[in-house]
Design a protein around this ligand. Structure first.
Ligand code: GLY
Ligand code: MN
Length: 516
């Protein structure tokens, strides 16, 4: 197999691997941001990183994944570290484990203290063997009792075997304030973080392009997954930000399908949702490809609606814009499109009042992207949840289900016909340097549609079940890009081909040249 190797961009030193970059991970900048949000003058932030963990009943290590809050204040991506930040002294210290030579024999070395100092913008690098002593002397500080800010009670510092109970009680632990403060800091990205997310997008985009080049010659979903992994790993991105979703035919109607082992034969489309990580920063990209090289008329019609939803929503992205406003643009386009296809039927106003379009567009418009693919949202949710009724609610992480009832409520609120709930009033507005996905979709999931709406006296009359029957083979269509909010609008960080360019790549016609 050959791979798309991404040439490193000379103009962007941040794009090269963090370990070889002259640019340090901006841990100190992040620490100062956190303190601004925490709004305190004294105390200690204490964040232990992830340790090596074994598989249950096995001597084999689990795949290492660094704790994201720890990483944000250090940049260190290896086991057994801790980071402390002495707030009053503005001093950030990375504590790394001392590796005995026999451990190096088995597992290889870790970055030395000098190497860490070179890679990460921290004031000092020390060995964890000295951490207990440091904490004990901190606890004995005359300006007592010092507050230690931790994420969770389970991450409280261990003062070591020789600590007396009086020393332990001198540390006042606060596990209420740090996480919200870090979430507010993390939701707006630094330039370095944007460069990392951009690089992850470049590599994932190359993987999507390579799948498009091959799709007409592939025979099983698993080959798609293999290409994604191969291109990403060959470009230095060993981890995916989430499991690859390669759903063909009806599998494309399942939002987080993951088996990736069905034959492609006799299927119309494949939904490929895949994004790698670069230096712990995520990307998240979805394309829907015609397996034969061209969409069937029905698939083309649905794809055109979703592309229209995405184009219009991306155009809406700018500072100050409430996310719900952008989401509702997608809803309106989906409703008009499905009415035009005859899948939805009835007077537009009544269809809108029932929120029926959410049966086909059953999730929010997107989420933040950063150290996690569904990244922290600050203190306010990106999409304030609407109250659900009739038991049809489940929250699957940041991809909560949006039911017709919920959408009907959202539309009543947005038309001023119903007051919003206290929770809803706390909605988020976009800010420069946030990175969000814009990922509208339309799905024809027979189990979901027939299970909940076929016999629903409110929703069923607005769906033409005979027309719908002809669309089940389309499966689903989702299109997703990572969008950076800029000072006056947006920048699309995802360069995977889409639209006409995607069809040209699939059919080997090279890059699409716009006649205008
Ligand atoms: N790309 C997976 C998700 O956003 O849920
Ligand atoms: Mn996503």
């Amino acid at each position: 197999m050959d791979y798309d190797l991404i040439p490193e961009k000379e103009f962007d030193a941040l794009c090269v691997d963090a370990s070889s970059s002259k640019t340090k991970y901006p841990a100190k900048q992040h620490a100062r941001r956190v303190i601004k949000e925490l709004d305190v003058k004294e105390g200690l932030i204490y964040l232990p990183g992830q340790t090596e963990r074994l598989l249950e009943d096995s001597d084999q290590a689990r795949v290492f994944r660094q704790r994201r809050y720890f990483f944000y204040l250090s940049g260190a991506n290896f086991e057994g570290c801790t980071v402390t930040y002495e707030i009053g002294h503005d001093k950030l210290t990375l504590w790394i484990p001392y590796l005995e030579p026999r451990q190096v024999l088995w597992f290889g070395s870790r970055p030395s203290a000098a190497e860490c100092q070179r890679r990460y913008d921290v004031d000092e690098v020390r060995y964890t063997t000295q951490l207990g002593e440091f904490l004990r002397s901190y606890a004995a500080d005359p300006c007592s009792p010092p507050t230690v800010y931790i994420l969770h009670p389970s991450q409280a510092p261990d003062l070591g075997a020789s600590s007396s109970s009086s020393q332990t009680t001198k540390l006042r632990l606060d596990h209420a304030g740090l996480q919200p403060a870090m979430d507010r800091a993390r939701v707006v990205k630094t330039g370095y973080e944007v460069a990392m997310i951009r690089r992850a997008n470049d590599i994932s985009s190359a993987a999507h392009r390579r799948v498009a080049e091959r799709i007409t010659r592939l025979s099983n979903e698993r080959e798609i997954e293999a290409i994604v992994h191969a291109v990403c790993i060959a470009n230095g991105a060993r981890s995916q930000a989430y499991p690859v979703i390669a759903g063909s035919g009806a599998n494309g109607s399942m939002l987080h399908y993951g088996d990736n082992n069905a034959p492609l034969e006799n299927k119309q489309c494949v939904v490929l949702d895949a994004g790698c990580e670069w230096n712990c920063y995520a990307s998240d990209i979805t394309r829907t490809l015609p397996i034969s090289g061209s969409f069937s008329p029905k698939a083309a019609a649905v794809h055109a609606i979703v592309q229209h939803m995405q184009d219009e929503c991306i155009r809406q992205v700018r500072p100050g814009r409430p996310w719900r406003h952008v989401y509702l643009v997608a809803v309106e386009i989906a409703m008009d499109g499905l009415l035009k296809l005859g899948i939805l039927k009835g007077p537009r106003q009544e269809v809108a009042r029932a929120g029926t379009v959410a049966a086909f567009f059953p999730h929010g418009l997107g989420h933040h992207v950063g150290l996690d693919v569904h990244d922290v949202a600050g203190s306010l949710p990106l999409a304030a949840a609407a109250p659900a009724s009739r038991g049809l609610q489940f929250d699957h992480g940041k991809r909560a289900l949006v039911t017709p009832d919920m959408l009907a409520h959202i539309l009543r609120v947005s038309n001023g016909k119903e007051p919003e709930t206290a929770q809803e009033s706390k909605r988020q507005h976009l800010l420069p340097n946030m990175v969000v996905t814009v990922e509208p979709g339309i799905y024809f999931c027979r189990e979901y549609l027939e299970g909940y709406f076929l016999h629903d006296p409110i929703q069923s009359p607005f769906i033409d079940w005979d027309v719908l029957e002809g669309y089940y083979d389309v499966g689903g269509v989702r299109i997703e890009d990572c969008i950076l909010v800029t000072h006056d609008g947006f920048e699309n960080l995802t360069v995977a081909p889409k639209g006409d360019e995607l069809l040209d790549v699939i059919n080997g016609h090279g890059r699409h040249v716009n006649a205008n």
